[in-house]
Design a protein around this ligand. Sequence first.
Ligand SMILES: Cc1cc2nc3c(=O)[nH]c(=O)nc-3n(C[C@H](O)[C@H](O)[C@H](O)COP(=O)(O)OP(=O)(O)OC[C@H]3O[C@@H](n4cnc5c(N)ncnc54)[C@H](O)[C@@H]3O)c2cc1C
Length: 383
Amino acid sequence: MFDNLTLARLPEEDEALRPLVRQLAQEAVASLPLDVRARSWSGFDAQFSRKLGQSGLLGLTLPKQYGGGGRGPFARFVVVEELLDAGAPPAAHWIADRQSAPLILNFGTEEQRQFYLPRICKGEALFCIGMSEPGSGSDLASVRTRAERTDSGWRVNGQKIWTSNSLHSDYMIALLRTSGGPDDRHRGLSQLIIDLKAPGVSIRPITDLAGDAHFSEIFFEDVDLPADALIGAEGDGWRQVTAELAFERSGPERIYSSVIVLDGWIAHLRGHGRMDEAAAALVGDFTARLATLRAMSIACTARLAAGESPVVEASIIKDLGTSFEQELPVAIGDDLASHPGEAIDPELYRALAYVTQVAPSFSLRGGTREILRGIIARGLGLR
Ligand SMILES: Cc1cc2nc3c(=O)[nH]c(=O)nc-3n(C[C@H](O)[C@H](O)[C@H](O)COP(=O)(O)OP(=O)(O)OC[C@H]3O[C@@H](n4cnc5c(N)ncnc54)[C@H](O)[C@@H]3O)c2cc1C
């Protein structure tokens, strides 16, 4: 198993992107308080995404002929790491850049590539992912929302839920049932691109615990799609989605969700001149885990760069990474609470309160911990 995650280095030419993206990220967050930066990858700013696009920092993994950077996943790693580290808002381009574009490149038709990819690279076509449904979250094979063939294309009926950024997206790539029933499990599922402005689509935002409405439920009532809405082969949706999830589960986004709070807390310790044994041990623990997870994530990126689909390795990184992200605000909260005499900067307090509220979702979004452990157990030959 561990032979599959050989240590890798970020290539020099991709490291060279760091100063530019760092500068843009710093400009974007200059006036943002810590608790807004703590939104991490939920932070939405379409104008910032377009600026990244104009600077050649989106679509880095796509071929130049489609407006991409002609590079590989390492380049994207550097950009994502810098954005999250600064707390700059990537949500507008996030899903298109990470998942939709590679999916369209790998499985789409030439017409689809030419139509969507250049706009994704400019930050002008925003995508969301419609996998989950009420009753079909972990158990995606039970998806019920149906696309039926018509004379001119497809007709969609059903409902999706928890769809991040759907309120502001242009398109959804939906996992839909095109044949059979839920009993067929993995067969009969297909991926279709839905224009969210099409008649029959209605979107209702869901407000989360922290008061943000970054995801929604979406209803489809006799939504007519053209024939070329299908991505890849009909009935191949399950295989395509599995490959897509390896991109979703292994990147820096599974490590950096709470990092703003870590920065704020270390600044707090410095400000109060405190580095007692307990605080030093905690800083050391976090730093060592962050460094190890980052090395694992880079090693997994090397597998993606080699054109492989490291599903099990990505699951290990997501499981360990989200545990780290969830334990961090708890430990920092405990540390601050055990020093009641220290004044806490209100920004740090609000950032910690926000991350504490949303942290339970870290191990849900992108596939729950229990599901990942099932995948890992199967990969290890244990089930
Ligand atoms: C912040 C956030 C953003 C999201 N964004 C999106 C999005 O953009 N698009 C999208 O499609 N979805 C999105 N989701 C949905 C997310 O992918 C699902 O919530 C997740 O897959 C779990 O599905 P569920 O909520 O239906 O829980 P369920 O599947 O009902 O699971 C409930 C519990 O049972 C456990 N469980 C279920 N099956 C098994 C099993 N076989 N073995 C062991 N334990 C099991 C689960 O681990 C979990 O603890 C988002 C969720 C969150 C929290």
